[in-house]
Design a protein around this ligand. Structure first.
Ligand code: ADP
Ligand code: NA
Length: 344
């Protein structure tokens, strides 16, 4: 008791890429390593969130299981951290309903994620018209489900990227609204704060003006945690750079080169500008060869572990079952108290 409660989640929408790993998942492993004994770590594979966009059921089912294998492969230890499938714990959806009844519609309308959804569903011929058939209610309310994910564990710290700042603010707002609406001697929810872990934004290998993303149709634009040494080499060799002679770290003028330096620096746990100094007089070929070696060195362990684990379905089921039980043991306490406070 008295330690931090750290919560984070990830959607089961395909094999994580290098951006997901360096920007999010590797931080989970670092947090687990650096946590104090009294800290509680809760990591969730958030299947319900994935359904806000159309998913092929077979693909979703295998992604769901593969993501658990991936988390174990990169070093999430189920004996230290609670790792589980969100959809195995009904407390998330139950709390989400309750919180939605405390959420002003206007707050959700102000979410930038929602606004960008609206923007992409404007009618081509009438900009003021939104094609509502392209929007589902889940896309509108998923920040409330996210708040429930966090508050079900009375999380105090949430490691997420800057793109999630507004959603975390909503979680705090909802925690505060609940605390004030259903006041009691003790505070129901601590206000969760954003844990800013040093994260690196990795760019597309094909278009280094945009981030590496699984939504790009070009598979050459990203390195997957399951990529073989051969695939890594081919993708890095074909990575877009520039024709300037020598290597400098210039994210604005030379984004492709800077991206390779960022990747190399992440692998060796250095600053990209420091790495750049070692390559000043060298060419892109040299830099790329070293990026390939460093990536292979970093990915090999997790990749081999993943390939072994993904076929151990009985083990994965057991880990998922144990994780769900541990998660429920925590969230049931919250939900029991919440229900009592609201009068149900
Ligand atoms: P994608 O953009 O591939 O769909 P998600 O939006 O599912 O990835 O993001 C999952 C996590 O990975 C988030 O915490 C996000 O901040 C992080 N992330 C995604 N892409 C990158 C990237 N290119 N660089 C750094 N972090 C990233
Ligand atoms: Na995304």
């Amino acid at each position: 008791k008295g330690g931090k409660v750290i919560f984070s989640g990830i959607q089961p929408t395909g094999v994580p890429h290098l951006g997901n790993y360096l920007g999010a998942l590797s931080n989970w492993v670092k947090l687990q390593r650096n946590a104090a004994p009294e800290d509680d770590l809760v990591f969730s594979i958030v299947g319900w969130h994935a359904l806000t966009l159309p998913q092929d059921p077979k693909t979703l089912a295998s992604s769901r299981s593969d993501l658990l294998a991936t988390l174990l492969a990169i070093g999430i230890d189920p004996n230290r951290s609670v790792v589980f499938h969100q959809d195995d714990n009904q407390d998330h959806t139950e709390l989400a309903w309750l919180l939605s009844c405390l959420t002003p519609v206007g707050k959700l309308r102000r979410m930038t994620t929602w606004k960008s959804r609206l923007a992409t569903s404007r009618n081509a011929n009438d900009e003021s018209e939104v094609d509502e058939s392209l929007l589902n209610t889940g896309l509108f309310t998923y920040p409330v489900l996210q708040a429930a994910d966090i508050l079900a564990y009375r999380a105090t710290h949430v490691p997420v990227g800057e793109d999630q700042t507004q959603h975390l603010e909503l979680s705090r707002d909802l925690a505060d609204i609940f605390n004030r609406t259903f006041k009691s001697k003790t505070l129901m929810f601590p206000l969760p704060c954003q844990l800013n872990t040093p994260s690196r934004r990795i760019l597309s290998l094909k278009d280094p003006t945009s981030k590496m993303s699984k939504s790009s149709p070009d598979i050459q634009s990203r390195i997957l945690l399951t990529d073989s040494a051969t695939q890594i080499r081919a993708k890095i060799r074909a990575a877009v750079t520039d024709s300037v002679v020598g290597i400098t770290f210039d994210p604005v003028g030379r984004p492709g080169t800077a991206n390779l330096l960022t990747i190399l620096a992440a692998c060796t746990d250095e600053e990209a500008a420091d790495v750049a100094r070692r390559y000043e007089a060298k060419g892109h070929g040299h830099l790329k060869a070293d990026v390939v070696d460093a990536l292979e060195e970093m990915i090999k362990g997790p990749r081999d572990a993943f390939e072994r684990l993904r076929h151990e379905s009985a083990y994965l089921s057991q880990v998922a079952k144990d994780g769900a039980e541990k998660a429920k043991a925590r969230s049931n306490i919250t939900l029991r108290e919440v229900r009592t406070r609201v009068g149900l």
